[in-house]
Structure formats: C-alpha cells, structure tokens
Write a protein that binds this ligand. Structure first.
Ligand SMILES: Cc1cc2nc3c(=O)[nH]c(=O)nc-3n(C[C@H](O)[C@H](O)[C@H](O)COP(=O)(O)OP(=O)(O)OC[C@H]3O[C@@H](n4cnc5c(N)ncnc54)[C@H](O)[C@@H]3O)c2cc1C
Length: 299
C-alpha cells in the first residue's frame, strides 16, 4: 500500500496513528492499526469513508472490538470506531440510538422508560452498530426481534434507512456484515412494561453471567456458534479441553465456550487454540464448530 497522506480536513477528526489495537480490543490482543479514527458526526464518517475509497485505503469499521480477534500484524489503512456517536432518544415505545452507543447502556435507558424488549442485551458488551451488524443475542432473544430499522451508509456512500426485513438476518449475521455497510443509527420497537419486572429480569440475567462467565479475564465472549442440537460448552467440557492452553490463551475452566487471555496471549496463540479445539471436537464427535468471533488484520 502506498504511504497515506491525510489532507487538512482530517486535523479536526479525532484519531491516532499506529495505534496498538490490543489497548482497545476487549481481548487485549492485536497489532497496530495504521490509523484509528473516532468521528463525532456523520460528516466526519463520510469524509473518512470517501477519502478511503478515493485513495484505495482499506477501511475497517469496528465498535468496541468485543467480538474480534485482531491479528498480531495489525490492521492496514483506516480503522473507524463510532463510539463518539452515542446519543440515545426515546419516543413513546421506540428507542433510537446512534451506532456508537453501548448496547448495555441502551438496555438501561429502556429500563428507565419502563420499556421491555432489551433485557436480554443488558450484559452484551458491544456497541449498537456491532450488535445490529452481528445480530447479537442471548437467552433466546436477538437484536432482530426488537429492531425496527436502521440507518446505514451504503457502499456507494449514501445514507439510507433499511427496515429489519431488508437486512437478511440469521444467527449472528446480517446483510450489513456481508456487504460491509456501516450502521449509523438504529430504532428499536419496544413494549411498555413494568419497571420492577424489567429490572428483576435484567438482574437475573446479570447474575447468571457473573456466575457462569469468566468476566475477570479478557475474552471475546462465546468463540463458537451453537451447533444445532448441541451446546458448545458441553462438547468442549465432555472432550476434557477445559484448561487447555497455547501460550497465554486458555480454554476457560469456568465456561468452556470461552477462551481467555490469561496474560499476554498473542492472536497466533488464540487462533491456534481455536483450531486445536475444532480439530479435537471434530475427531471426537464428528461436529465441525463454526466461529462466532471474527478474525481481522494481518499475520
Ligand atoms: C464477555 C463477553 C460477553 C459477550 N456476550 C455476548 C452475548 O451474550 N451475545 C452476543 O451476541 N455476543 C456477545 N459477545 C460478543 C460481542 O459483544 C457482540 O458480538 C457485540 O455485538 C459486538 O459489538 P462490538 O461493537 O464490539 O463490535 P466489534 O466486535 O467491534 O465488531 C463486530 C463486527 O461488527 C462490525 N461492526 C461494528 N460496528 C459496526 C457498525 N457501526 N456498522 C457496521 N458494522 C459494524 C465489525 O465490522 C465486525 O464485523 C460477548 C463478548 C464478550 C467479551
């Protein structure tokens, strides 16, 4: 790739050069990004996007990097997080939020307005953009169950509103992810509920997470998608792989579906461990585990 020279309109856009992504990613793993941007409004997003297109610079959109393994060689070109675009509004039964708002925070705002529907999301540490793109879900609910529509920046650089029916949702996937579109905001249709009941549900789910998940270590949540008819955690447990490690990447002894970074794991360690688990589970049960976590960047 040729050297990137930013023109003066970039001086106002908050960014870092050569940013170690391990300091940003949830997993505390990842090499340097050439540029990491935090635009504060749609104009800045479009400026970065158009410049990358015109100059053939790779463009990667991220939220909190809570579902990403970033390889040790880092990410070339522009990495853009919308975390500064984080306004949330409630109008009657609808909650509209910019893409960089925290999903957890959105679930608490819904609670404040006695709106039910986002309780399942109260412990998912992603942004709205990441959750809408990934169709994040937990405890038998998913984003697609409550999403009404979202604003996206298309590959042609146009802002359009898409209804959930246009997003081709499936388990942890959407057309946004496949087409590399950018979510700018999302509107959720929620239901008036009882404040105390919503709060109790959120507390119950939080308790479950605290009991079952190794939240004291960096991880990226469940590494594998749930295969039809099985539980990943149980398969890994039955194969006696808990505690298995490569370098500082280790299969959690608390929740077998999680791989934790016990200290200074590299992406190489982490990905090697994923591949080893997949092989062992295939050899033992003839089941091919599919990754839920996404891998980006260079070796
Ligand atoms: C402890 C822990 C628990 C977790 N529990 C759950 C759970 O219960 N359920 C669950 O589903 N997930 C869970 N996750 C995974 C993760 O939090 C979700 O997948 C979340 O939705 C990812 O959001 P993010 O903002 O971090 O996205 P990132 O990880 O930054 O990105 C994920 C994908 O979304 C894309 N993306 C991000 N922002 C945008 C945007 N604005 N527009 C378009 N695409 C975008 C990225 O390009 C990438 O492809 C967990 C993770 C951890 C660490």
């Amino acid at each position: 790739m040729t050297k990137i020279i930013l023109d003066e309109k970039f001086q106002k856009i908050f960014h870092y050069k050569d940013y170690p992504m391990k300091d940003f990613a949830y997993l505390r793993i990842g090499g340097k990004a050439d540029y990491l941007f935090f635009p504060k409004d749609y104009d800045e997003v479009i400026t970065i996007y158009n410049f990358s297109k015109e100059n053939n610079i790779p463009f990667t959109i991220v939220g909190n990097c809570s579902n990403l393994i970033i390889r040790d060689g880092g990410i070339r070109g522009f990495v853009v997080s919308l975390k500064k675009l984080n306004k949330i509004n409630v109008n009657d039964n609808e909650l509209t939020t910019q893409a960089g708002a925290q999903l957890i925070w959105a679930s608490f705002i819904a609670l404040k307005h006695s709106l039910s529907g986002l309780e399942f999301a109260c412990g998912i540490p992603g942004t709205i953009g990441g959750a809408v793109a990934m169709n994040a879900g937990a405890y038998d609910s998913e984003i697609k169950d409550v999403l009404k529509s979202c604003e996206v920046l298309t590959n042609e650089g146009k802002i359009v509103t898409k209804t959930k029916e246009e997003l081709d949702y499936s388990y942890r996937s959407s057309s946004i992810l496949k087409n590399k579109e950018i979510v700018l905001s999302a509107t959720f249709s929620l239901q008036k509920g009882n404040y105390q009941e919503i709060k109790d549900k959120m507390l119950e789910l939080t308790k479950k997470r605290l009991e079952k998940q190794p939240l004291e270590y960096p991880s990226c949540g469940s590494v594998f998608k749930r295969p039809k008819g099985y539980y990943v955690g149980k398969l890994i447990q039955d194969a006696k792989l808990q505690g298995l490690r490569i370098g500082d990447a280790m299969v959690s002894t608390k929740h077998a579906g999680f791989i934790i970074n016990t200290n200074k794991a590299t992406a190489k360690d982490y990905i090697s461990l994923i591949n080893l688990i997949r092989k062992k589970i295939y050899d033992e049960f003839n089941i091919l585990l599919e990754q839920e976590v996404l891998i980006i960047g260079e070796e």
